[in-house]
Design a protein around this ligand. Structure first.
Ligand code: GLU
Length: 298
């Protein structure tokens, strides 16, 4: 009897994901990302997942989430259900944070954004150069990192609001070797050296949100078995932090593909508040899904 071929187990197939945040309407940049993920999954016999990145409970809304489903369906995309919504997985991120706390690689950070800004401004007024991360934000000062355990405990006891930050130097020492990632995208390709220290002590859980982008994206890519992360070049540098967290938490590393960005007429990155390049606005003007493919150069 001829042997029946077994369908590949889901884990044998490449797994792609599009992971928008429902804090605004999708625009042409999102369309490029979603279409690339979808097309690459189809070409490689893989799976295409959609993940709703809604950890920011103040800015994300059910209406924007509905709009994501509407816009992606209009583009002709089809994704596996149920969709993973990050707001339903805060326990997973907390568990990962707790592990890093147990490893003594995390500290409570008490400075508000305003306090950081004031400190940086004061130093710069003295003519000192304050280091900034690849996105242009000042690195977090080291005041909290050096606080004693007792002092930290006392502040928490008093109810002072705090975030949790990764002690970058300690974390890199813990890993103890240089990290790289495999990149197949539109910028630099090949084995890319990861430099997470450029980001300083990144936030892992915020005082107003129980996780951070870096932590939840890393935990979720592993939880969903993502093998290929396809996203915009604006997240290229952030990959260094994700590689470090994967290494610390013993998670597998996907292949990364950072694609070109769709620019506006002013030559700048598109923003969610700009409605002219929004997918809903294009649909209302009579554009078709095929027109969107052409507009984003596919
Ligand atoms: N949620 C992120 C965004 O909307 C994308 C995260 C990722 O693809 O890693 O920009």
């Amino acid at each position: 009897m001829a042997q029946q071929s077994m369908p590949a187990a889901p884990s044998d197939k490449p797994v792609y994901r599009f992971a928008p945040s429902p804090n605004g309407l999708l625009h042409l940049g999102h369309a490029l990302s979603a279409l690339l993920n979808h097309d690459m999954a189809r070409e490689n016999g893989g799976r295409f997942l959609l993940r709703i990145e809604d950890i920011d409970l103040t800015r994300c809304t059910p209406e924007f989430e509905e709009a994501i489903y509407r816009d992606l369906s209009w583009l002709g995309l089809d994704w596996e259900k149920p969709v993973r919504r990050q707001s339903e997985h805060f326990d997973d991120y907390r568990a990962a944070l707790d592990r890093l706390i147990e490893m003594d690689l995390v500290y409570p950070a008490f400075m508000t954004r305003g306090e950081v800004k004031a400190k940086v401004a004061a130093r710069e007024a003295e003519g000192k150069i304050w280091p900034h991360d690849p996105d242009g934000s000042p690195l977090y000062p080291d005041d909290d990192r050096h606080r004693s355990k007792a002092a930290r405990g006392a502040l928490i006891e008093r109810g002072v609001r705090h975030a949790f930050r990764l002690d970058m130097r300690k974390a890199m020492e813990h890993v103890g070797r240089p990290l790289i990632w495999t990149e197949t995208g539109d910028g630099e390709r090949g084995e890319i050296p990861a430099d997470p220290s450029a980001w300083g002590d990144v936030v892992l859980s915020r005082s107003d949100a129980p996780s951070s982008y870096h932590l939840s994206v890393t935990v979720d890519d592993a939880a969903q078995g993502i093998t290929h992360v396809v996203r915009g070049l604006d997240l290229f540098e952030a990959t260094a932090v994700h590689r470090l967290l994967q290494e610390l938490l013993g998670l597998p590393q996907p292949v990364y593909h950072h694609h070109r960005l769709v620019m506006g007429q002013d030559g700048r990155k598109l923003s969610k508040s700009e409605s002219s390049t929004g997918l809903a606005a294009l649909r209302d003007q009579g554009f078709l899904a095929g027109d969107v493919r052409r507009l984003v150069g596919l």
